[in-house]
Design a binder for this molecule. Sequence first.
Ligand code: AMP
Ligand code: ZN
Length: 452
Amino acid sequence: MTLALYDTWTRSLRPFHALVPGQVGLYCCGPTVYDHAHLGNLRTFIFEDLLRRVLQANGHTVRHVVNITDVGHLTSDADEGEDKMEKGSRRTGESAWAIAERFTAAFLQDWRRLHLLEPTLWCRATEHIGEQIDFIRTLEAKGFTYRTADGLYFDTARQDHYGHLARLQAEGLRAGARVATGEKRRPTDFALWKFSPPGSTRQMEWDSPWGLGFPGWHIECSAMSAKYLGPWFDIHCGGEDHIGVHHSNEIAQGEACHGTRPANFWLHGHFLTLEHGKMSKSDGDFLRLQSLIDRGVDPLVYRYLCLTTHYRSSLRFSDAALSAAGIALGRLRSAYARWPLGGRVNVQYLERFTAEVNQDLNLPKALAVVWELVKSELPTAERRATLDQMDLVLGLDLAHWQASEQPLPTAITALLAQRQQARRARNWALADQLREQLSDLGWTGQDEGAPL
Ligand code: AMP
Ligand code: ZN
């Protein structure tokens, strides 16, 4: 059962083979730590965690590198606007360094609450300024840079295939030239090093061969992935918004510096959306994991919700979807917890599950196999042992769930209360109707509130 992954570079499903057999280099663009991560960001990290688990289930050892962007990501991806960190500092009155510290810690807490596997290595942009400067010097020596009043830029006209990842057309690029570009020669050119604005002191700035300033956003990932995984590694991931700018520019830098795009496969997670569109940190009004916890929702319910939609489809967030995920996870946990240890793994079910996840991480279909197993006539110990293997990929941490600690999902509690009231009022029709609703949601024996 070979693993096939959808590669944005070729726009096709490709069989995955590690460059070095058994050893996979995986680089994932991490968070920009000027604010809390929102549920959308976390969806992308859950997708990357699933990828890692599937690679491991296929026998690979994964060297997983995740960066922390704590400098250089401007409010506009077109190299304009303010550094997000410095802007965050003005907003909260803390130093840019303190903000980076605080939101990195909050991010790591979310990471663990979602039961994401610890990367082999976390790396911070501000701890790799020397590597970024070295990278830029090579680009300069090879003639890929030019200088403007506000920084050193990458000259995308030097590459015939610039923008291939995003299928940017030269035609479109020329049309884009009508857009104001400042001193940039082309709209697609991007900053490698930005100068500190004259007359004002930045909190985060460093000396460089080009003057006092800070690195552009894309160079950190090029420098750190090359340092920790080499110039040519297996898989590079991020959210779909990275295709057009950030990853296109990382590829441009890699090709200019090393003569190759950095990674063999490029995988992108699609967005979590809200009713009015995409969820974004700069909206000021976004949902984060803590907002769910404050509403009594277990973080792993959000993880379960993410499993229900393929990573290459957008996922519309809604309270109804979240509560359905809560109910499903509750059923799965309580069934699992009642089953005895000591069974053997059912190979047929596990193979069917693996075939689904190996088909470009088709978790929705894999979940259907999980439910078939749960409802099967197999001995319960066998169901449990098989589920344990599946959970190595699902990451729902079933083995550590403590039934007594978990409150009933709020939707169920509300229906149970309504049903009790209907029974007290001897409104049998309503009571029956509510029982039907509970049963549709997978809850029976509802007078005691017991799950299936
Ligand atoms: P950032 O903290 O903005 O640098 O983003 C961290 C990760 O989240 C990146 O891989 C982004 O592509 C991804 N991302 C941003 N917004 C969303 C969203 N609404 N849904 C899913 N992923 C997102
Ligand atoms: Zn990156």
